[in-house]
Design a protein around this ligand. Structure first.
Ligand SMILES: [Zn+2]
Length: 373
């Protein structure tokens, strides 16, 4: 073979390799629906291999490109040893997950619930167990038998966002998990915050709740910016629960919703609606915020969100289109529980709503996405 032919052949080879790489990185849905997300609790260490197999065999072929991993305090923290969970993921295990996600072009975004969800109904979370001084409502004691409604309006505890030491602790945890997963974004949760600006907190008493919420969003966002990381959060505290009729979980009835005009515009809103495909994504986009519509286990709502998001993008100006980022399914049964359900080892409870299960919704929603042009 002449040197000229060799030269031509090597160029052809380079061109082919380049095209194949491009094909691997870009999926047909990237323009139609930039974010195709999946949100789940991080696996326990002993089920890591199965979780990685699920990423490779189920998420990657469905063109999932964002994985929100709810790490919370289930991690072997080294930066704050007092917060370490020895049954949680290790740095080495986090890096294993990060490596497989990178290989499949999946952006991994770890989540730790900040501000709210610092307890469940009767169980205190790790942060307030170790640092009870951060409790926004120290006078509220956990009842032996929980009921809702209750006189304390206890749903979940919050930390006090104005405690002078709280950010020093939680930001160390945020940085550590982001480093471990090599993440360029962090999800701070911040949903269903019921306790905020409470009278029993000397620092927050009498303060405007929307300003308190927005200040906390800004503090987290500014901290992440120093490492060029983006902040994601749930959207419910930014919606008016009374006006929309969405109630006090899916939206705010504790006066936080004006914060939508006070938070930085470069955060990403995960707008969750699990019963209907409420079209509040348009509201967030009109506020100049990027938005991802989130579903749970209702296949009809999930597929409607896919169609709506595509329609919003098709019928918008370029200025608005860029805010309609995509969709995400959220899993709330735990990582192992979901895998057991998905692989048929444990039947899901469909008594209330036949056909409404996390695994059926997952399959159906990503079928809808696969059919996009
Ligand atoms: Zn406070």
């Amino acid at each position: 073979m002449t040197s000229k032919a060799n030269f031509a052949k090597s160029w052809l080879g380079l061109l082919l390799v380049g095209t194949l790489n491009l094909a691997a990185a870009e999926k047909p849905a990237d323009r139609t629906l930039p974010v195709r997300g999946f949100c789940i609790a991080s696996p326990s260490g002993n089920r890591l291999d199965e979780f990685i197999k699920f990423i490779e065999e189920e998420l990657a072929p469905r063109s999932v490109n964002v994985l929100i991993l709810r790490v919370d305090y289930g991690y072997q923290f080294q930066s704050r040893p007092e917060m370490a969970d020895h049954r949680g993921l290790s740095q080495e295990q986090a890096q294993k997950i990060a490596a497989v996600c990178k290989q499949h072009h999946i952006r991994i975004i770890p989540l730790i619930n900040l501000l709210g969800h610092q307890s469940w109904q009767s169980n205190c979370g790790k942060l307030l167990k170790v640092h009870p001084e951060f409790d926004e409502t120290p006078d509220v004691k956990f009842p032996e038998k929980y009921a809702w409604p209750n006189p304390d309006k206890l749903y979940c505890k919050s930390y006090c966002p104005r405690h002078p030491k709280v950010h020093e602790v939680v930001f160390a945890l945020v940085d550590e998990v982001c480093d471990a997963f090599e993440a360029d974004a962090f999800h701070a949760g911040m949903d269903e915050v019921f306790y905020l600006g409470e009278d029993q907190c000397p620092r927050c008493k009498g303060r405007d709740k929307a300003e308190l919420f927005a200040d906390e969003v800004r503090a987290i966002r500014d901290h992440l910016q120093s490492a060029k990381r983006q902040l994601w959060l749930w959207g419910d505290r930014l919606l008016d629960g009374k006006l929309t009729g969405l109630g006090e979980w899916e939206a705010s009835r504790n006066d936080t919703h004006p914060a939508v005009d006070l938070i930085p515009k470069d955060v990403v809103i995960c707008d969750w609606h699990y019963v209907r495909a409420d079209q509040t994504a348009v509201y967030f986009a009109m506020k100049g915020l990027d938005v991802v519509s989130c579903s749970w286990k209702n296949p009809e709502a999930a597929t409607a969100q896919v169609k709506d998001m595509v329609r919003f993008r098709e019928s918008s100006t370029p200025q608005m289109k860029r805010h309609f980022q995509g969709v995400m399914q959220t899993i709330w049964s735990g990582s192992g529980g979901f895998l057991d359900q998905y692989y048929g080892r444990r039947p899901a409870n469909e008594q209330k709503n036949p056909g409404h299960t996390e695994s059926k919704c997952f399959v159906r929603m990503f079928e809808e996405i696969a059919n996009l042009k």
